[in-house]
Write a protein that binds this ligand. Sequence first.
Ligand code: PEP
Ligand code: MN
Length: 376
Amino acid sequence: MIVILEPSLSEESPERKQLLDQLAALPGIEVRVHEVRGAEQVLTEVYLIGHTAHLSLEEVGAFPGVERVVRVSEEYRILGRHKDDRRATGFDYNGVHFGQDNLNLFAGLCAVDTRENVETMLKALKSHGQTCTRMGAYKPRTSPYAFQGHGKECLPWAFELAGKYGIRVIAMEVTHESHVLEIAEALETTGRPTGVMIQIGTRNIQNFELLKSVGRQREFPVLLKRGFGITLNESLNAAEYLASEGNSEVVLCLRGMKTNMGDPHRNFVDFSHVPVVKRLTRMPVAIDPSHSVGSREKAPDGILDLMHVTAQGVAAGANMVLVDFDPAPAKALVDGPQALHLDELQWFLDDVALARECYEKRLDLARKRPAPPGVS
Ligand code: PEP
Ligand code: MN
């Protein structure tokens, strides 16, 4: 059961303390307090864990200071959409809103390589009005002999450059909990020129200890990539691990499934699950067309497969696009062949904007449908 407190109840108020004591005194109930950061205010949600079946919504809702009570179903207790659950979707981070109703673009390098490349990429993003990007410093690679990323050494200069070009959020993968501390430390020593969304890759989605430790920190939101060889339910449960430890600022990223049924694409594109994730959970949904398609193949119509699938995901309501670009793909140390080129950035942005417009028009069509008889 989730108890949402009245926003006017300040953290120090005696009323709040009294309410929390009252909830904690319920027999067989453990109480966990969770702050949800919104653009204008911080909402407090109290999770009641344990024997909640005998509690009635009316009984708990009548406690002074309670705004609303939601009874959660077994699945995805925190991130799921429950009956009569009117809680907001998403969150705000470093001036950027992430929700199920908007769209953010994260174009950038697969991996941080040279300073020159990073700067060229960021300059291009700024000149195209972009405020978010992707770049990896810790790269999980199939071969132990392949480039593993520059690690913490590159963080200070990469963050300073991001700040110089007005980037507010960088999606950056971690493969170990120590990387989160390294990122926090580098941001601190450089004076926080930018923000970071911690990315957990498809290979680590069931690394439960990593999920728990990333879930325990509240400084950074998390971009969790769907497992390429597990069910959607298993991936959503992995997201719930983050939330159950305290961090529910999570975006789930679809990135294709590993099977030769998707050949010749690198992975079988799974963007048909965009509306499914939105229906089952309150998480914003990202798509990663680069790691799904894995090549720059073009259809006979002249449009890259990668752009076709992006449009499909965005027209289905995706909230974030994570896409590889590279100013010098032939020299890229990771994933050069699937990267879009800088002279394709404007084309890509225009194509995404068209697809988003299409989604918004589709929403209008759906809203204009008459209500079925008996529904007011
Ligand atoms: C990436 O985004 O750089 C990446 C490695 O993705 P994935 O975990 O989906 O393979
Ligand atoms: Mn990559």
